[in-house]
Design a protein around this ligand. Structure first.
Ligand code: SF4
Length: 353
């Protein structure tokens, strides 16, 4: 996707998907700053009443600066991370002392405020003053990594630069606030960490992660990496020209792709135990399925998981099996028309040779 297409589509999406939040109606930097600090570690639903309370109790920077600390802390009660409330008041005092109570209107100055980092400074600068600074947070990393196929580990300094540069290139300079809001909303509403709404996504056609089935792996986040091992035992149940497939569940690897019925085990299973437990065996009816081939174990690496796959081939004399829900017979020659995980696709292609 080109930069300008990305920006245009994102803003278009945002045009019809805005969330009506109280601080979005304002360009008052003080209010925007309050909302940003509240939302640093708090969800919107929980933060909104606090925002409304704060602007009621402390309508201006000066009111906040001169309030008693206890008043501020008690208004904050229940939100946690009290250092945020203390920093808020310290910054309000800075604004009174250094800028005469008028909220600073340059990015570098905003960045000097206590408790304000690059992300918050960019948000205030763009929302309140229309300055061209892109916000870059976890949402932005995720959206950009997926759409543009960026595979750098987001904890590296190099990645930080890459994302920062790209976000600023993409930024709509005529309307940086709208762009920033759009990309954050998009990250939290559509391109969510788990279960992104790819099927209704405006970037579906261009998105690298979607095309390459890397949604679970991108953004690459190597700090939390704990490689999980999984043993997947696939059943390829065949007649002369057909076999059984089904669609995978949404909440695991390969959401929505097709696979052969599978039994997952915690460790390498004994064949006997497997044959007793494989799904569908129990649906076979009076004529038992005949195991004709068992593959070698195929090792497959995902960024957070190592898969050990074994493929069991069974001959069925008849198609009249009682299929579990979601399973279907398809012609073998049509199998590759279905979206399969790479691991399965490769295995099947090898079978054909
Ligand atoms: S297609 Fe999916 S992964 Fe790609 S941008 Fe859209 S929601 Fe995110």
């Amino acid at each position: 996707v080109t930069n300008s297409t990305f920006t245009r589509k994102l803003l278009q999406w945002h045009g019809s998907n805005k969330r009506p939040l109280p601080w979005k109606k304002t360009s008052n930097p003080y209010r925007i700053w309050l909302s940003e600090i509240i939302l640093q570690q708090t969800r919107v639903e929980q933060g909104t009443p606090y925002y409304l309370k704060m602007i009621r109790l402390f309508p201006t920077v000066k009111d906040l600066a001169k309030a008693h600390e206890d008043q501020v802390l008690s208004a904050w009660q229940g939100l946690g991370y009290y250092s945020r409330a203390k920093n808020l008041q310290a910054a309000a005092k800075q604004i009174v002392a250094n800028w005469n109570g008028k909220f600073p209107d340059r990015y570098e100055e905003i960045l000097q405020l206590k408790g304000v980092g690059e992300y918050t400074a960019a948000a205030i600068a763009s929302f309140a003053f229309g300055l061209p600074h892109a916000v870059v947070d976890g949402n932005v990393y995720r959206v950009l990594a997926r759409v543009f196929g960026i595979t750098e580990n987001i904890h590296s300094a190099k990645a930080k630069k890459t994302f920062f540069r790209l976000a600023n290139e993409l930024l709509d300079r005529r309307n940086p606030g709208a762009f920033n809001q759009a990309i954050m909303d998009f990250g939290s509403l559509v391109c969510r960490p788990a279960n992104p709404l790819c099927n209704n996504c405006c970037f579906r056609r261009e998105c690298r992660a979607f095309q390459q089935q890397k949604i679970q792996e991108w953004p690459v986040n190597r700090k939390n990496i704990r490689i999980r091992k999984r043993w997947l035992n696939f059943m390829i149940i065949e007649t002369a020209d057909s076999l059984i497939i089904r669609k995978r569940r949404e909440e695991d690897i390969w959401p929505g792709l097709f696979e052969w019925p599978v039994l997952e085990t915690q460790k390498k299973p004994a064949q006997k135990e497997l044959l007793a437990n494989l799904p569908l065996i129990k649906f076979a009816g009076p004529k038992p399925l005949k195991l004709t081939h068992r593959s070698e174990v195929v090792k497959h690496l995902l960024s957070h998981q190592t898969l050990f796959a074994t493929f069991f081939h069974f001959k069925s004399a008849t198609k009249k099996l009682k299929l579990p829900r979601g399973a279907q017979w398809v012609k073998k020659r049509n199998l590759l028309d279905f979206p399969l995980p790479k691991l399965l696709e490769n295995y099947w292609k090898n079978q054909l040779h």
